[in-house]
Design a protein around this ligand. Sequence first.
Ligand SMILES: Cc1cc2nc3c(=O)[nH]c(=O)nc-3n(C[C@H](O)[C@H](O)[C@H](O)COP(=O)(O)O)c2cc1C
Length: 382
Amino acid sequence: MNIYYAPMEGITTYLYRQLHNKYFGGVDTYFTPFISVFPDHYIKKRDEREIDPANNEGMRVVPQVLANSSKELIWIFKKLTSMGYDEVNLNLGCPSGTVTAKGRGSGFLKEPDKLGTFFDEVFDSLGDDARKLSVKTRIGYLDASEMEHLSKIYARYPIKELTIHPRIRKQFYKGVPDMEVFEKALMMSSCPVCYNGNVFTLDDYNKINDRYGYQEGSDLHDVSGGLKEGSGLHDIGGMTKDTLDIHDINGDLSKDITLHYHMNTAGSADNKISSVMLGRGIVADPSLARQIKGGSHMDKAEFKEFRRALEAMYKENLKDGNNVFNKMKEMWFYMSQSFEGSEGYIKNILKSKSYAEYLAAANTLEGNCDIKSGPNASPVSF
Ligand SMILES: Cc1cc2nc3c(=O)[nH]c(=O)nc-3n(C[C@H](O)[C@H](O)[C@H](O)COP(=O)(O)O)c2cc1C
């Protein structure tokens, strides 16, 4: 199973990704927070830094973009692939009012016919290269029944991978994912599928994997094709395998990442997911992806080091000092959920009005609460 760190605006920025990868790892692919493409073919300076290959060394990063015109998407897609990115992800899930009002993110789901025309133009124009386009979608704008029609549209195109977050727009990130609709969408898919939503613990992951994952190793018995020369891609029965060389900042090979894609067939009850994408679960417990890969749960010493590295990184990079402790408050909102009995202490962190107040409150929580452990160490209040 491929394990992805979800795009999270304001959280999984490149500085955070670098630290997470250094201290915990376990993630096969990091997604950038969404990058808005402006009509005159322009992206913000901040987003240029997100996609600068020098800032993404040593890990596989997929840039995520927000666009609703084929011209915008084609422009950013070409820019990113010419920089060496082997995948570009289209955001069809963002629920924010300012985004949906412009018909972007989940707002694009309101207009399925326009979405179909958009994909026709994109796939026609990009030809084979369009196979590098992946999509992250919700299951509808107003109602989950929209997913049936949307699934038929997605099934018309060779999308690299379809990430399904089974909520509708108005839920934002609340309520339980609609697994019935997810299952139907998985069955209707003709491309590899990634599941996303409420995977907060190792147990949560195991349940999703047991129910929807292909069985690791099953490909060993069914090899139907060899390495396609130069592409790093293998065809293996109903699977493709993509082995990528990841380089560190010196340009040296630092690791290989092998991604497995289960090739689905529209209408087949045998369809499987290839990947699981986790967001809030990893922010809360940065060792979660590592645990999924068979590694250890974080301990207090490791957390302390990571937290101090985060503080130092924000101090160095955020010009306004207030932003540093506001950013750390946001991180603690999630991270505190990995600590036993942190409910009272987190309030003091969130109430703090200066960096000194923040630091005292964070040290108190860290000093007084143990890290939850075990496969069910569940964040409680998302
Ligand atoms: C603070 C925050 C920022 C997010 N930013 C993005 C984003 O930039 N792009 C995107 O596709 N999804 C974004 N999401 C949604 C997540 O990628 C993910 O779909 C959602 O959190 C559900 O997964 P989870 O239950 O594992 O957290 C964001 C979610 C949160 C809470």
